[in-house]
Design a protein around this ligand. Structure first.
Ligand code: SF4
Length: 178
């Protein structure tokens, strides 16, 4: 099965690397997408599974800005993290995690390679190596990535998780995974 033209290789990518319009007000620095991420994966014939944006889905597009000129970025990051931990948002978050996990299970069941989960470091939701809490970027995972990692562990699925941040060598970090 599936011996057609497809590569049978897929990467899970944080939503905003493909769609900067989802980012909270005041933080997008690219008009549309982060080409270092998309081009590197596509050049390697790896399909891109765009994960949902947890903040957009749980808190809405207008969830507060992070523009230091209007509000303090640190306050926003703390507020977003706390908001995501409220029962209604947390329930939605679990559904999003399940939606992603189900797709991973399908690919694995049919012998596809899920090469990586690529998150956005410093994000309160999608950070992998670092996240934000209180007034600092701290080591640890965002709330979505933490739940996704736990869900994949339940299924005994081990997929490398990496976090990227603008300014880092994103192409090289991705190439090392492929
Ligand atoms: S890092 Fe995650 S929560 Fe934040 S905008 Fe990107 S996809 Fe949405």
């Amino acid at each position: 099965m599936f011996t057609d033209g497809r590569s049978r290789r897929v990467a899970l990518v944080a939503h905003c690397f493909l769609n900067q319009n989802a980012i909270s007000d005041g933080t997008a620095i690219r008009p549309a997408a982060v080409r270092e991420v998309t081009d590197t994966l596509l050049d390697a014939q790896v399909g891109i599974l765009q994960m949902p944006c947890p903040e957009l889905c749980c808190l809405g597009l207008d969830r507060g800005d992070a523009d230091g000129g209007r509000r303090e970025v640190t306050v926003e990051n703390t507020r977003i993290r706390r908001a995501m931990e409220q029962p209604e948002a947390a329930e939605k978050l679990d559904r999003l995690v399940e939606h992603v996990a189900e797709q991973v299970l399908q690919y694995r069941r049919h012998g596809f390679e899920v090469v990586a989960v690529i998150g956005a470091n410093r994000s309160p939701c999608c950070g992998v190596d670092t996240t934000s809490d209180r007034d600092r970027e701290v080591a640890g995972r965002g709330v979505f990535m933490e739940r996704l990692a736990r869900r994949l562990r339940q299924e005994r699925i081990d997929i490398p998780m990496v976090g990227l941040k603008d300014g880092g060598d994103m192409r090289e970090i991705i190439r090392r995974l492929l």
